[in-house]
Design a protein around this ligand. Structure first.
Ligand code: SF4
Length: 366
């Protein structure tokens, strides 16, 4: 059995750690490239969203490498994700791949459901072994996300553009290689220190920009053309509340105990949107309302044809909590040049707004 799961940012590193410890052959799909996208577009129904297409592209590439058991997240929520696994399975079979598709409804089955799937994939390995491997995977996920949070801050103020990204790339490699909790802790501490020592631009006064929107396009840099890194180059500190480790912590462990981390955000959205509309649309509206006083602006990432985010996009201009919002539609047509032009104009606007605000404070003081 050769198992594969589509990419979602750095998740493959945690999966690699998990399956290695269970002696299961896991194949990480090749990094997403233009080829992945071309294959995906060629074999996908046109109107489906970019998460469907890129995950299909991953599955095709990894099936070419010999993977025969493909795991695809799904769910019975109100968005189309719930039936993606079945369509992708059919497409892969029509292409001649003899694969088994395992659908993972994590949101419904929570931790127990996930552990049962892992047990099945791991040839009925003992629970103690499964739990130890799972814990180690989670530790890697947490370390990766903590480093990423630091990177978001440091990128915005670095003296020489690119320094933080280079360190981040080697931190990812080192975390990937870490084969024990002790080494993992050491690596994380070492890179946190190195990131703290990145020479700062003395004149840096970063704008704070939130990035919100649909889960996949927030977490898979290829799908958003690495927008966070581009914002960092423009001297912007990115704030994002969605992280794979946080999602795992709540969905797997805390939600079943009754802790609802989204309650606050749903309450914030409720004057404008009172119910779940599928995907992450409700949260996108709530993020704007909740953080309007902390952020200079908000970037809203919405996959093309994603109904929940279309609804959110249309509600956002009508909230009384008024910060500038730039919606970026993510699909196969998005280009780096087009996106950069829009980001530069947005950052210009935010800087002008901040200057005007500072000037009026000074005048009021005089
Ligand atoms: S939330 Fe939107 S983009 Fe995400 S899987 Fe559902 S339809 Fe696609």
């Amino acid at each position: 059995m050769r198992i594969a799961i589509p990419h979602l940012g750095n998740l493959y590193i945690a999966l690699e750690a998990l399956f290695q410890r269970l002696d299961v052959e896991y194949l990480a799909p090749p990094p997403i490239t233009q080829r992945t996208l071309s294959l995906a577009v060629k074999h996908s129904p046109e109107g489906l969203c970019i998460p469907f297409k890129l995950t299909l592209g991953n599955l095709i590439e990894v099936a070419e490498m010999g993977a025969d058991t493909l795991v695809m997240p799904g769910g019975y929520g109100t968005c189309r994700l719930g039936y993606y696994a079945r369509i992708q399975e059919q497409i892969l079979r029509d292409m001649g791949y003899n694969i088994e598709m395992v659908q993972m409804g994590v949101s419904e089955q929570k931790l127990i459901g996930l552990l049962n799937i892992i047990k099945r994939l791991a040839n009925d390995a003992p629970w103690a072994k499964i739990l130890a491997a799972f814990r180690f995977g989670i530790k890697k996920l947490n370390a990766l996300d903590r480093i990423e949070r630091t990177v978001q801050k440091v990128r915005a103020v670095e003296a020489e553009k690119g320094t933080t990204n280079r360190l981040y790339a080697s931190a990812i490699e080192a975390i990937k290689e870490a084969d024990s909790t002790h080494t993992l802790k050491k690596v994380e501490a070492e890179y946190t220190l190195l990131l703290g020592q990145v020479p700062r631009n003395p004149g840096a006064n970063p704008l704070i920009v939130g990035v919100t929107g649909e889960f996949y396009v927030l977490l898979e840099p290829f799908s958003n053309l690495d927008i966070e890194s581009e914002l960092g180059k423009l001297g912007v500190e990115v704030r994002r509340t969605t992280f794979t480790s946080e999602w795992t912590k709540f969905t797997m462990f805390l939600n079943p105990l009754g802790v609802d981390e989204k309650e606050r955000i749903h309450r914030a959205a409720s004057p404008y949107l009172k119910r779940d509309i599928g995907g992450d649309g409700w949260e996108s509206v709530g993020e704007k309302v909740l953080h309007s006083s902390e952020y200079d602006g908000l970037i809203h990432l919405a996959p093309f044809t994603c109904m929940p985010e279309i609804v959110a996009q249309n509600i956002m201009p009508k909230t009384k909590e008024n910060i500038p919002v730039l919606t970026i539609i993510c699909d196969e047509q998005i280009t780096k040049t087009g996106m950069l032009t829009r980001l530069e104009a947005f950052v210009d606007l935010l800087e002008r707004k901040r200057r005007n605000r500072d000037n009026s404070i000074i005048k009021a003081g005089v």
